[in-house]
Design a protein around this ligand. Sequence first.
Ligand code: ZN
Length: 478
Amino acid sequence: MLKLYNYLSRKKERFRPLRPKGTVGLYTCGPTVYDYAHIGNLRTYIFEDILRRALVSFGYRVKHVMNITDVGHLTSDADTGADKIEEGAKRESKSVWDIASFFTKAFLADTRKLQVLRAHILAPATKEIPSQIKIIKQLIRRGYAYETEKAVYFNVPKFRGYTKLSRQPLAQQRTGARDEVIVDGDKKHPADFALWFKLVGRYKNHVMRWDSPWGPGFPGWHIECSAISTKYLGQPFDIHTGGIDHVTIHHTNEIAQSEGAYGKSLARFWIEGEHMLIDSKKMSKSIGNFYTLTDLEARNFDPLAFRYLVLTAHYRSRLNFTWDSLKAAQLSLKRLHDFVHELRAAKLKNNARPHRIFKNADKKFFDALANDLDTPKALSVLWQLVRRYRNTPKDFDPKLVLKLFLKFDTVLGLNLEYKASSITKRSALVENLAKKREGYRQQKEWAKADKIRSQLEKLGFTVEDTKGGYRLKKLPPT
Ligand SMILES: [Zn+2]
């Protein structure tokens, strides 16, 4: 029985799909593509990936939808500040369209390296303008939105239950949005937020612009998620996911918009991932602890070591990132890969008993996941098996252990299968180079050996020297 912590009720609840035999609708708030994702963002996408994979492992079919914010996300979550995409374009002296496309590709490359499965539907906000206009029109019709000379706003006090997700009094929300009061004196309530910006004042020269019933302009940030989730998943859908930092404004506004427009709830479960700290501090560009996946790779870390590190903490607890913890994660991951490699090479033991150890491990692993995605506990099941195998290898059929590990990996996504199978997939050229290098190494001709190492890396392989000789590993695709 799968239980998930529903942030809406602040309780762990049994998960049952809205349509008993139907597909589970899963929505994920996607990236704002004006810069590289930082590792805190990536942690959220990894937890959402685990959720999706776990659902599949429990026999559900999943339809996963994610938006790409390629317009209109302002530098403050409230309606003030500059458009992040336009800022990015200025910084890099490129067009806004180039910036959005460049960082969308970068985001997809990062998530691919982290084995995060791509959403079935990836919807850039700029391609979904008509559906955003449609929902704004619907909000005006139902009296939840009004127009001023500068924008169309959502009328917050009109929508009862505005704070049901955040449980934060509206007065606090007002403080959060106080800068806006100065921006538009025609706003009825300080917490009202923009659904559509007109091209006036600071936005007069906004590059990305579309026609609308309220004149040319661009959509507010929050409306895209309401429009996209409802369009592709219907309403209500099963699960909405995101980062906890978006509860008070973004997710709250999504609920207000969708439920205001269509008079029914937006999503059954709200699952929010916790923050990540860096050396116990909040990540920020100003103190220089803002890391991207590329920064990790530049220090020779495997992206999957970061994935492993993320799995060692429960998604609802704060994860404190340190370089030492990443080093430890890389080592653990290497040990798992070595173990799988060893299992592949091992011969079947005739007296092995396919006994209850496997059944127990299997049950424990999936019970841990079913308990609100307890990945630390799930990982510990793997390590228990490793220890037991090492202590009494003759008790085990290595092929069965391997099969179980690969089954676990369909959820963990640590690429155990891939690394192992890549060993058989290398070409004769790679093989010969590695042998040649080993020869140089034995003759202590380090310079020549190193030269071949970099040749191998260009071919997509890394070579590790072990006591028993060398071992080739395929580098993750770039
Ligand atoms: Zn969203």
